[in-house]
Design a protein. Structure first.
Lengths: 163, 163, 163
């Protein structure tokens, strides 16, 4: 019988898999049907002036470089909502879906996107295909923002448990 | 001190626990209060014709065989929303709750339900009771669908980390 | 090569990290802007009389003792929604955010809050900072409830995988 140890050692600088993608969201404004990648499903509440309560569902392209016009290498699909009272911040639950020669599989992610911090770490809680049972961290960095029209996030994917 | 290895080997064909349940959802239509197991909380947006943006909250029975009328062995409770632009697909976050002689405990799940694929793998991210701290994959297969009235999914539960 | 074993042994009574916080939610009623910590983003559906379908987004203080007026030691940010038909129960997805001398980092949580049970176990699916890659259980206990105005939950945080 194998006795499981609570204490694990992992060097945050040495993930077992590491790559970067760029996430582009263009919000639907009623007319940009062809280009839009996301739609507001709940307008902000009147609670506070930080977009509190706004919910957005997205099906957004992932690219290898920073250009929205590059060929997508995957998609990010899921939900975010604004949930901070005193600052502007959101909370994400979504999947990264890949079906290319480089990556085939899905990475599932959730966590807080504290927009006042330069980088934010969310949890990779599982995956399928090339990412079967993976765990790790995805680090978000806002690169370009023209709210409410468009924003781009760098997503740095670091897996610390690979199978 | 125990040095944790990044690289784990697990045979996807040999889960440490494996069973199948059937999930039945009957959408509330305003009058079927007794039979309904789910309600739309957000109608689709006008963004696209793939139900994009529709959100559904459910409290749906789980059965051991395919009949909606069988005695439930548990319940699935949570949320899904349609989040695909070019195809019809949804994203789930939910729990499987069991309280029978066979299983006692909860399994927590999230991930993408790509409805154009015959089977879809979602992540089991944790659990309680018999499923304490479990991780694994649940594979969904649509078996019967009469949207918007009713659909049935086979859910094949495979745990790869058991405690 | 390291052969991973499926079977892990962990004593639920011996977490590698353990502490308790108190979560306070004051629902926005249209006028209590200064004190409110949460807002309803979806009213209950007409499906059933158990608040089914109501969704709430929160940015709620965490305290070390039971007083709402104590200095917060962190915040809980995320979403819950009522998803039980025959009883009143909700489903949570949220983060605990700490930035004090005691704790720095984030814990990500999801799971069912079966309000008819005295205590409910949700899954800790990941974390950052002091809680890098953590997994565990958070046990909720309702301590004070004056719905729809205010409720307080004890959140007992138990990590079983620490890095």
């Amino acid at each position: 019988p194998f006795i499981f140890s609570h204490a694990k050692r992992t060097n945050p600088d040495k993930p077992c898999k590491h790559f970067t993608v760029y996430y582009h969201t263009v919000i639907f404004n009623g007319t940009n049907t062809a280009n839009a990648t996301a739609a507001v499903v709940r307008e902000p509440t009147k609670f506070w002036n930080t977009s509190f309560g706004q919910m957005v569902i997205f099906d957004s392209p992932l690219t290898k470089d920073q250009s929205l016009l590059s060929t997508p290498i995957g998609r990010a699909q899921g939900l975010y909502f604004y949930d901070m009272k005193m600052r502007v911040g959101s909370w994400f639950a979504y999947s990264l879906l890949f079906n290319s020669t480089e990556h085939k599989g899905i990475i599932n992610i959730m966590g807080a996107n504290l927009m006042h911090e330069e980088t934010r770490d969310l949890s990779i809680v599982g995956g399928t295909g090339d990412f079967f049972m993976a765990r790790g961290i995805v680090t978000l960095r806002t690169e370009d923002v023209d709210i409410p029209r468009y924003f781009r996030l760098q997503m740095d994917v670091k897996l610390y448990e690979c199978y």
